[in-house]
Design a protein around this ligand. Sequence first.
Ligand code: F6R
Length: 359
Amino acid sequence: SKGTYPYYMLKEIDEQPAVLRRLVQEYINEDGTFNFDPKLIDALKEADRLYIVAAGTSYHAGLVGKPIIEQIAQIPVEVELASEFGYHMPLLSKKPFFIYLSQSGETADSRQVLVETNKRGFPSLTLTNVEASTLSREADFTLLLKAGPEIAVASTKAYTAQITVETILAQALAVAKGLPSANDLDVKHQLGLAANGIQTIVDSKDDIEQLAHEFFANTRNAFYIGRGIDYWASLEAALKLKEVSYIQAEGFAAGELKHGTISLIEEGTPVAAIITDKETASHTRGNVQEVQARGAKTLKIVSEDLAQAGDQIIIPTLETVLSPLVSIVPTQLLAYYATLQRGYNVDQPRNLAKSVTVE
Ligand code: F6R
């Protein structure tokens, strides 16, 4: 039930710190070892490349999973849209391992790929929120997202849960492979910071509501921009905004705008930038100035260590590659409030169903 919440989407955004803590408890033991099926870890160790297959928000969680897994576990990862991959399978590596990300575990596009990879005898893992779901039953291994039922059509807590499980799994694989760098990143500590960080963001929802009002009022379109990990977060931020508020929103690599899309910027076009990577922060700030000079209204979502006067949303600093765990949360809230201000039912956007069981 929604309890005292007006909508499930807000309840589910608020639940994210608890979901992260639950996943740490579930998959990391007190002594720092990991609670994964040893057969799963062995199968992952044998692979020469991981293929993440997913749709929508789960695909976006896969895009973030790629640099996390590559950095921590030192194995190449490809991320594929299920609806494309099923019919246009690229040349695969010699020992592929397939990871299916699906909140519902019922997405037909993903299942269609799983049927094919099963036919070819490739090992597979499903990360899902629904026990005994189709994708879970048909894959070799399952890891549960433990996020509790996600009722709102727009996926929120499943995205952060997927990134969390990808992170813990990457660390377990790094340790199992005996990588010297395996403990460079204190994953448990980082996920604790992320849980606390999300909490501070959801506690400031009144400020974000106000910003949503100022920033998205009366607009038909909007942009989220970022580089690297912030680009992947921008794609999800834009999907969240467009699917519930019907504002045409695009997530864009900040440096690509000037190669064409900047022609869409007019007086008052909202452009939100996500800035959490110190390598590229000054470049993205430069792109913000470029659009501002062409009339855009801008909003900066910046991690604490990179914050400057005038940045509107400051988020806690994490290891860069994990930053979407916190950077996505203000964008979820912005989408939520922009939708309420427009008077739409944020839990049930038009034309959408919670699980998409047709190809
Ligand atoms: C967006 C959304 C969809 C789903 C997509 C995949 O908020 O909910 O984009 O993420 O349909 O669904 P699952 O994860 O159930 O496979």
